[in-house]
Design a binder for this molecule. Structure first.
Ligand SMILES: [Zn+2]
Length: 61
């Protein structure tokens, strides 16, 4: 009986900003309240952070 060795591929995650698939080991991750957000790099992390920080335009018009 031959037992096939399973090749464990590195886990991949998709970048929260550009949706590119990246190996988990290379991803930048940020732990949010009940989930983890991944980025392909600090560039996308920065974009995400700015999006989040952007104040909602007040209904002033
Ligand atoms: Zn990205």
């Amino acid at each position: 009986m031959i037992e096939q060795k399973k090749i464990i591929e590195p886990e991949r995650v998709s970048c929260e900003v550009c949706f590119r698939e990246i190996p988990l080991s290379e991803a930048t991750s940020v732990k949010a309240i009940d989930y983890i957000v991944y980025y392909c790099g600090l560039d996308c992390y920065d974009k995400w952070k700015k999006q989040k920080a952007e104040p909602e335009s007040s209904a002033d018009d």
